[in-house]
Design a protein around this ligand. Sequence first.
Ligand SMILES: [Zn+2]
Length: 152
Amino acid sequence: MRCPFCHADNDRVVDTRATEDGYVIRRKRVCGSCQRKFITLERLEEAFIRVVKRDQTREPLDREKIRRGIERACSKRPVSSQEIENLVLEIESEIYSSYLLEVSTAQIGEIVMRHLAKADDVAYIRFASVYREFDNVSDFINVIEPLRGRLP
Ligand SMILES: [Zn+2]
């Protein structure tokens, strides 16, 4: 980290602490060239991703909501808790690597569907039917289209 006073890149960290909510790390540094002290703040990017809902209101990304949606879709299906946990992790990391500040519920829905399609056909169709609110047969056909190659 460059010193804000003399611009030398020669500091050492003398103190590190997290803020109460754990999302910000505060480091106290000493410049090795001019000996002045300065503080840097390190934030977790994830803390800033917000979900834009259909009514345009925003809320923090909530992995438990994603998990509940997947659990509901997988109910009575041969999908283990560990597989559900892995799906949630994959979905979460795809969201964090593809979006910086905001992600819409529609984009999350598409990501969830893509991962569910790999895990279980029935869970995928269930999730899609709730999520996309099918109102006609062609909506349904669009959703099962990606599965076509795997159906008997
Ligand atoms: Zn300095």
